[in-house]
Design a protein around this ligand. Structure first.
Ligand SMILES: Cc1cc2nc3c(=O)[nH]c(=O)nc-3n(C[C@H](O)[C@H](O)[C@H](O)COP(=O)(O)O)c2cc1C
Length: 195
């Protein structure tokens, strides 16, 4: 395919072809974790395969970004957990810059979630427990100590809700100390802000 053909082909591909879901903008939870769990379970119910797969972005020692797909292992007050090999690029990059972003895209619902914040390594016991919980084939060749569980503590979480009329809505939660506040912009909620 020539680059001209690629451009023509790519532009002809439909985008945002899912079925948008409604959101009760005036009844949003104070805690974004609750909204995330509600959205990811809705995605699973509506047939999204592997809704816990996400892109994880990190930054290397030279400040150059990188990204790869991985699986979300947990979401709680302690953070958003993911795991990987200690010898991986992500492990090296998180040592250089302990910050990251996660991005989820649930095509059938026209929804995306974007999370960023500081990352901390879990305890060795927690990392070993995560490795032990993997299937035998997924553990193959990985010794305890070579596997790391990390937790991302979000400071900002964006929930993007697509709309049929393309008046998409962004619900953005910001952490302020121990509390969260949120704003809603775009779509039906344009201009509205809640705290
Ligand atoms: C659907 C899917 C799930 C994946 N899950 C993980 C995971 O949970 N942990 C992981 O380290 N790599 C996972 N990978 C592989 C990563 O995308 C990547 O290739 C690997 O982590 C090495 O990346 P790095 O060198 O940037 O650290 C997954 C890949 C795909 C496509």
């Amino acid at each position: 395919m020539s680059s001209e053909t690629a451009s023509t082909w790519l532009r002809a591909q439909p985008a945002l072809t899912g079925t948008p879901r409604s959101v009760a903008f005036d009844d949003l939870p104070d805690d974004p974790t609750a909204l995330f769990l509600s959205w990811i379970s809705e995605a699973a119910e509506l047939g999204v395969a592997e809704p816990h797969a996400a892109s994880l972005a990190t930054v290397d020692a030279d400040g150059v970004p990188d990204a790869r797909t991985l699986i979300l292992k947990d979401v709680s007050d302690r953070g958003w957990a993911f795991a990987g090999h200690r010898a991986s690029q992500k492990a090296e990059q998180l040592l250089a810059h302990p910050v990251a972003a996660l991005n989820f895209w649930w095509q059938p619902l026209v929804r995306a979630v974007r999370v960023r914040g500081a990352v901390e390594e879990a305890t060795h016991e927690e990392s070993d427990a995560d490795l032990a919980a993997r299937s035998a084939s997924a553990r193959e060749g990985i010794a305890p100590g070579e596997w790391v569980l990390w937790r991302l503590a979000p400071t900002r979480i964006e929930f993007w809700n697509g709309s049929v009329d393309r008046r998409h809505t962004r619900i953005v939660y910001f952490r302020e100390g121990d509390n969260w506040s949120h704003t809603v912009t775009g779509g039906e909620a344009d201009g509205a802000t809640t705290a």
